[in-house]
Design a binder for this molecule. Structure first.
Ligand SMILES: NC(=O)c1ccc[n+]([C@@H]2O[C@H](COP(=O)([O-])OP(=O)(O)OC[C@H]3O[C@@H](n4cnc5c(N)ncnc54)[C@H](O)[C@@H]3O)[C@@H](O)[C@H]2O)c1
Length: 356
């Protein structure tokens, strides 16, 4: 069979975008054509590292005919505006999480993408983690029986300096970050909960700023009612020194699964193969020793790029075979809806029903 042509990618925004450059370079079927950043130092560094074209203005990158896919990795409040311009030029898209800070904009993007017939992949790399995919299989197969409790905790730590300087001052703002510990760090956990368990019907939430000088929040808590009847709780913070693992505990009538930052802690599902399956799952996905405070719970750049590589390869396949990407923008919208409902509940002191 003839070798298929590589798809040309361009990356806008070179913070997390550096990981995209790596992922694209390593992905099968993809080619890094160009990168863009208004910060000349970041731009020059990535251009030199990958020997690709560089643009200071994103419109110049979008006008580059060799760029077929634009990866939008700028501050969140800029995502949809840039994405809409890319679509107007016929580009396919990768959009970093969360898709945007405004739901009306996300909806406009979904419609514009559909009308233009381009492929749009949202980044929620936690959905690509093999253990999470095994959990999803178990949940979709109803293995836990009727679901009862879903509890997630994100006790992370970010220093004040994370929120300062030219690449920090947009973080923790409502306009550009759409919130703080919940919208920025917590949205991955929110998405995992809804992806694994199903849609959330209503929330009661509270939030505040406790240990940072930021506009939005650095701590949030919420009680959730899922459409399938399960009850949930969620807490997020960037105040928990030195940064502790994300934990998700799910139980139903027939069993319990607990995972800590991608490592399996408990897999107990009633049935003939209970012990055997538990051992097998723990061997494959169980704890590997880590130092306290190591990793993404305390270091924002410790997030790997292998999930991103998988998403890039999936998008290449989606373009070649004209199918939906693995993580569509539509599927990434509900996490933002849940986050915004928690903020609304925190502000009003009332239960917020999603979609009303
Ligand atoms: N998937 C993940 O795990 C993950 C991790 C971190 C950040 N993110 C997401 O990535 C996005 C960026 O976050 P970050 O932490 O990399 O922020 P950052 O501030 O470090 O990087 C953003 C970059 O965009 C550049 N930029 C700003 N305006 C621009 C413009 N008009 N044209 C071109 N470049 C412009 C900035 O100079 C900066 O280099 C956010 O949406 C964030 O939520 C995702």
């Amino acid at each position: 069979m003839a070798e298929q042509r590589e798809i040309g990618f361009g990356v806008v925004g070179l913070g997390m975008g550096k990981h995209h450059a790596w992922a694209i370079t390593n992905a099968k079927g993809a080619r890094l054509v160009a990168v863009c950043d208004v910060d000349a130092e970041r731009l020059n560094q990535v251009m030199a590292q990958y020997g690709c074209r560089g643009y200071a203005a994103y419109r110049d990158l979008l006008a580059d005919e060799d760029v077929e896919v634009a990866a939008i990795c700028t501050p969140t409040g800029m995502h949809v505006d840039m994405a809409l311009e890319a679509i107007a030029l016929g580009k396919h898209l990768i959009v970093e999480k969360p898709v945007d800070v405004r739901l009306d904009k996300i909806e406009r993007l979904i419609e514009a993408g559909r009308n233009a017939g381009v492929k749009m992949q949202a980044i929620f790399q936690s959905r690509t983690v093999p253990l999470h995919r095994r959990m999803k299989e178990a949940m979709d197969g109803g293995r836990l029986g009727k679901l009862i409790g879903v509890h997630a905790m994100l006790p992370w730590y970010r220093k004040q300096t994370y929120y300062e300087g030219s690449h920090g001052s947009w973080k923790g703002t409502w306009a550009m970050d759409g919130g703080g510990s919940l919208m920025n760090q917590g949205v991955h956990t929110v998405d995992l909960m809804q992806w694994l368990v199903g849609r959330v019907r209503s929330v009661m939430g509270a939030f505040g700023v406790y240990a940072h000088e930021i506009e939005s929040e650095d701590t949030s808590v919420a009680a959730l009612k899922f459409e399938n009847g399960a009850l949930g709780t969620l807490s997020t913070t960037t105040c928990a020194y030195p940064g502790l693992p994300q934990t998700i505990l799910i139980y139903g009538e027939r069993g319990t699964i607990c995972v800590e930052e991608g490592e399996l802690k408990i897999w107990k599902i009633q049935g003939e193969r209970e012990g055997e399956e538990e051992q097998e799952m723990l061997r494959l996905y169980g704890p590997k020793r880590k130092e306290e405070g190591e990793g993404v719970s305390s270091d924002p750049m410790a997030v790997g790029a292998s999930g991103h590589q998988g998403e890039v390869e999936d998008l290449v396949e989606a373009i070649r075979t004209d199918r939906e990407p693995y993580i569509s923008i539509e599927s990434a919208k509900h996490a933002v809806e849940i986050v915004q409902a928690i903020y609304e509940s925190g502000r009003t002191g009332r239960e917020v029903v999603i979609g009303e």
